[in-house]
Design a protein around this ligand. Structure first.
Ligand code: NAD
Length: 417
């Protein structure tokens, strides 16, 4: 049966969740305090790049199931999902809950009747308990952390490995069941604290795997071993598995770096020193520095064409992208940087200085002394490298996307090989 849902925050998570909930048949109001975002969405424009999201928003808006507003209208709302940002608090390294608690207070003030308040944002364990203090008896509180990945967010939402819901009364459990029923997915009901901590544990485990294989890549490079052969051989062990064993320029994005920092900080608050997670955070910083140093050592001076700026392919998200660490290091070594990214240049322009942004990969490569691939966009896999006109035919491929078929005539370096 369709429910009335309100989503607070229409960013990567709120917008995808809102559109997908509407697709499941619910009536959804997506709220954001950013008027330019809402104006764009009302006009059918999507403020982020996420494959197939435009079509999903358009069809559900046309069907009248999906609306956008800056106004918090909670009339008839069965559940309110909080999907605002929880960035790093630089003083504590834990999540900054300013936006979340501000949104919660606005919701409390606008509530017309008892509703279920569901936290979709990634929040430290114990946040649900604080929300209970804010809402008192006016609402029930639940935690429903989101596991979608940018770039494949719609598929992840619609075919989840599992849905985790932390709830503490039967009415909340029944409502969450009804909301997710059309997905026919595995729903795990846990305590609120468990749901909150599960999200951090999952992200920390994934970041650990990537951090580990990145360290192995560094070691491969020094020892003459090959990271692609090693990842394959290690990943065939069923206890380990092959996923998230691809070496690259470092872990980035809006989640893994901030969530590992936050988990380590939370552990310390409870008197537990998390040696593993602290190590993952440190290892990632050092790996990015080593990748930059290796590029500098191989290239020396001149102009580099950077292919790819976003932290991974199929998103425009530049948050904590390795490019933001590696490019300034190249520049500090006296290397000029030209760059091309299919979706990330607008955002990268705000975050990087003295980079010449080019409208195609061909323009970026023109008269460059080397090409450095930082993001695994399909476009770079399919590019006609023979048609490029760099000054020197050198490629440093930090994603190993061309490893199986390195372009003819290029001096080709992969990562960890
Ligand atoms: P985002 O920055 O893209 O979006 C947050 C939105 O919330 C912004 O548009 C902002 O204007 C809006 N907002 C803030 N305060 C508001 C308020 N009081 N009322 C209305 N709108 C408000 O963030 P995101 O990437 O969607 O992440 C949101 C949460 O989801 C974070 O906790 C994040 O860790 C978590 N998460 C993100 C991803 C991801 O891939 N991005 C995946 C899983 C979980």
């Amino acid at each position: 049966m369709s429910k009335n849902l309100v989503i607070i925050g229409s960013g990567y998570v709120g917008l995808v969740s809102g559109a997908c909930f509407a697709e499941l048949g619910h009536n959804v109001l997506c709220v954001d305090k950013d008027p330019s975002k809402i104006k764009a969405l009302q006009a059918g424009q999507i403020p982020i790049y996420e494959p197939n999201l435009q079509e999903l928003v358009a069809s559900n808006s046309a069907a009248g199931r999906l609306r956008f507003s800056t106004e918090l209208d909670l009339n008839g709302a069965d559940a309110v999902f909080l999907a605002v940002g929880t960035p790093t608090n630089p003083e504590t390294n834990n999540a900054d809950l300013t936006y979340l608690f501000a949104a919660a207070r606005e919701v409390k003030a606008a509530l017309k009747k008892h509703a279920l308040i569901v936290t979709k944002s990634t929040v430290p364990v114990g946040t649900g308990a604080k929300l209970k203090e804010i809402f008192g008896s006016s609402a029930s509180i639940a935690s429903n952390p989101e596991f979608l990945r940018e770039g494949s967010a719609l598929g992840d939402f619609m075919q989840p490995d599992r849905i985790v819901c932390g709830a503490d009364n039967q009415e909340s459990i029944d409502l969450l069941h009804e909301i997710y029923a059309p997905l026919n997915a595995t729903i795990l009901f846990t305590t609120i604290a468990t749901a909150e901590l599960t999200k951090y544990a999952a992200n920390a485990m994934l970041a650990t795997r990537v951090g580990f294989i990145n360290e192995m890549a560094d070691l491969c490079e020094l020892t003459g071993a090959d990271i692609l052969q090693l990842s394959h051989a290690v990943g065939l062990d069923k206890r380990i598995g092959a996923q998230f064993l691809q070496a690259g320029p470092g872990v980035g994005g809006s989640c893994f770096p901030k969530d590992t920092r936050a988990l380590a900080a939370q552990a310390l608050e409870y008197g537990v020193k998390s040696n593993i997670i602290e190590g993952v955070v440190k290892s990632n910083i050092e790996h990015q520095e080593r990748v930059a140093a290796r590029i500098i050592a191989k290239i020396g001076a001149g102009t580099v064409a950077i292919f790819g700026l976003t932290f991974k392919a199929n998103t425009d998200d530049m948050r904590e992208a390795p490019a933001l660490v590696i490019i300034p290091k190249l520049q500090a070594a006296g290397i000029n940087v030209k760059a091309y990214d299919p979706q990330g240049m607008h955002e990268a322009g705000k975050l990087l200085d003295d980079v010449e942004f080019c409208k195609t990969a061909e323009y970026a490569a023109y008269e460059a002394d080397a090409i450095v691939i930082l993001t695994e966009w399909d476009e770079f896999k399919k590019l006609d490298y023979a048609a490029l006109t760099p000054k020197q035919k050198r490629i440093f491929d930090t994603r190993n996307i061309l490893a199986s078929n390195p372009p003819q005539g290029f001096d080709y370096h992969g990562l960890g090989r």
